[in-house]
Design a protein around this ligand. Structure first.
Ligand code: FAD
Ligand code: ZN
Length: 478
């Protein structure tokens, strides 16, 4: 990618002043200790930083940004560092200051009557889920990275995950935000309202802005009744073309009770069986594709189980699916989910993997995968597509593992060309080149191909209105 115009190295005076704001124990100056903040999960980016700061309050975040704005110091906000597009990692110049949010980890309020929870940005998602659960509520946002990612990070990336089908993405769950702006002023938008039509929605601008418009310090999130009955089913399909009909059958009858509908290919399941013991094939004979779906209800009883049995029987009868199993215990349900949740990780053991995070209208998913698979075979013969993910949202992680005998580096050198070709199909089908992971650094240069010039111009004007000096995560997203 073309290197961005980054602000220059901050002076020693500026760095010392920034350290004084958080206190010496909460600042990291030494290169080795900074390492965990400078590399990410996929090991794709290795950044450098002038300093890592770990503020403990909104006031400290405000003081940091005020000083940074006055001195034109570039700031990289960082949550749990699980982002998959490099947005949380500074560039290699070493001029930027990383602001880690993990110490802003208080739960400020939980309102059971209003069904909301107010949490600070550094609260780990799984902790927020657990606190909601212990109060008898569901915080439905759920991602495989939930043990590390933070509320600020999931909002800044508008994360999706496994339950979007019924509950929406992070954006749909946030009612209000508290945000520190580039000049240090604090916007208190911590409203807990379902309805508020008072002009432009500032909250929605910050959600998905990937740290380029402000630093989120707290949020009011929606809570839901905790499911009392949940059933998990696993079905084998011989042709992916059957999946839209099977999905429609379930969605029409279950409606909001359908809380997940995921797909994975046989090869993905084989990777899990090969690399993630103990795991076993839930069905007696192999199928080309698998669907994992879940029905949930806040009512105790067997209503969901009966509905799932009926739908599976109808799906078999209509030959939409070839075989199926319904989890008979929580352990079995967890075993089925584990097959899906490991889908990404196990690909690491099969050499290089070229990734895409794309979405198309649900009915076009089989067309997308067929066309992309043909293209892969043409461009890199022997490469092994492992498309999986959130079928019900039309969101597919179109990952391609290298041919077993190919050199990893040579395979990965096809990354950009393959991305460009697959994205062309996606755009042709009316889809998006980033369904849930964002743009960050990885896809920044792809954005002009996917957005209209007018859209980009409006985005640049918004950026300039919020961050005139360009100190917030420069070179990311735009
Ligand atoms: P970080 O990675 O630290 O930051 C991400 C971006 O947000 C950066 O641009 C950063 O600058 C900005 N940012 C962070 N905190 C703040 C803040 N307080 N204010 C302003 N900006 C901020 N994503 C999905 O959507 N769905 C999935 O199913 C999914 N599965 C994943 C599975 C694995 C194994 C992994 C490693 C990642 C997965 N992700 C998924 C991606 C990732 O978990 C999400 O993008 C998550 O929302 C990032 O949260 P984080 O706290 O780690 O943010
Ligand atoms: Zn996903």
């Amino acid at each position: 990618m073309t290197p961005p115009d980054l602000p220059p190295m901050p002076s020693q005076d500026t760095l010392d002043a920034l350290v004084r704001i958080v206190g010496e124990p909460h600042a990291i100056r030494d290169a080795d200790s900074m390492t965990p903040y400078l590399v990410e999960w996929r090991d794709r980016y290795h950044g450098k930083a002038a300093l890592v700061l770990k503020p403990g309050t909104t006031e400290e975040v405000s003081a940091i940004l005020k000083r940074a704005n006055e001195t034109r110091t570039a700031i990289v906000p960082q949550g749990g560092n699980t982002g998959l597009v490099g947005g949380q990692i500074p560039f290699e110049t070493g001029h930027e200051v990383v602001v880690g949010m993990s110490r802003l980890n208080r739960v400020r309020d939980i309102d059971l009557g209003g069904n909301t929870i107010t949490v600070e940005a550094g609260v780990v998602l799984a902790n927020a889920q657990a606190i909601a659960a212990s109060a008898g509520r569901l915080l439905p946002l759920s991602l495989p990275s939930e043990g590390s990612c933070q509320i600020g990070g999931v909002l800044a990336t508008n994360a999706g995950g496994l339950n979007v089908l019924a509950y929406g993405s992070a954006r749909d769950l946030a009612l209000g935000l508290e945000v520190v702006l580039a000049d240090g002023s604090v916007w208190n938008g911590l409203k807990a309202l379902r309805k508020d039509n008072t002009g432009y929605d500032l909250r929605d601008l910050f959600i998905g802005s990937e740290g380029t418009l402000g630093i989120i310090t707290a949020a009011v999130l929606r809570l839901f009744p905790k499911p009392a009955e949940t059933v998990t089913a696993f079905a084998g399909l011989d042709r992916l073309e059957q999946a839209p009909a099977f999905f429609s059958r379930i969605y029409e009858r279950a409606g909001q009770a359908l809380t997940a509908f995921e797909i994975m290919p046989r090869l993905g399941l084989q990777f899990v069986l090969r690399h993630a013991a103990p795991a076993r094939d839930p069905l007696a004979s192999p199928h080309a594709w698998y669907v994992l779906f879940e029905l949930s209800s806040p009512r105790p009883g067997e209503e969901m189980k009966q509905l799932a049995e009926t739908l599976l029987a109808e799906g078999l009868e209509a030959k939409e699916i070839g075989d199926a199993v319904l989890a008979s215990s929580l352990t079995q349900a967890q075993e089925l989910w584990r097959l899906r949740e490991l889908m990404s990780e196990v690909q690491k053991h099969e050499g290089g993997s070229i990734k895409h995070d794309v979405s198309v209208p649900v009915a076009w998913v089989p067309e997308l995968i067929t066309r992309a698979n043909d293209l892969v075979e043409l461009m890199i013969p022997g490469a092994r597509p492992v498309p999986f993910g959130h079928f019900g949202d039309g969101n597919i992680h179109y990952n391609v593992s290298q041919p077993p005998s190919m050199d990893r580096t040579i395979f990965l050198s096809h990354w950009e060309a393959l991305n460009a070709a697959v994205h062309e199909i996606v755009l042709d089908l009316g889809g998006s080149i980033s369904a849930e992971h964002g743009i960050g650094r990885l896809k920044r240069d792809l954005l002009p191909h996917a957005k209209q010039p007018l859209e980009l111009e409006l985005m640049r004007r918004i950026k300039a209105a919020f961050d005139l000096n360009g100190i917030l995560n420069p070179g990311k997203l735009l």
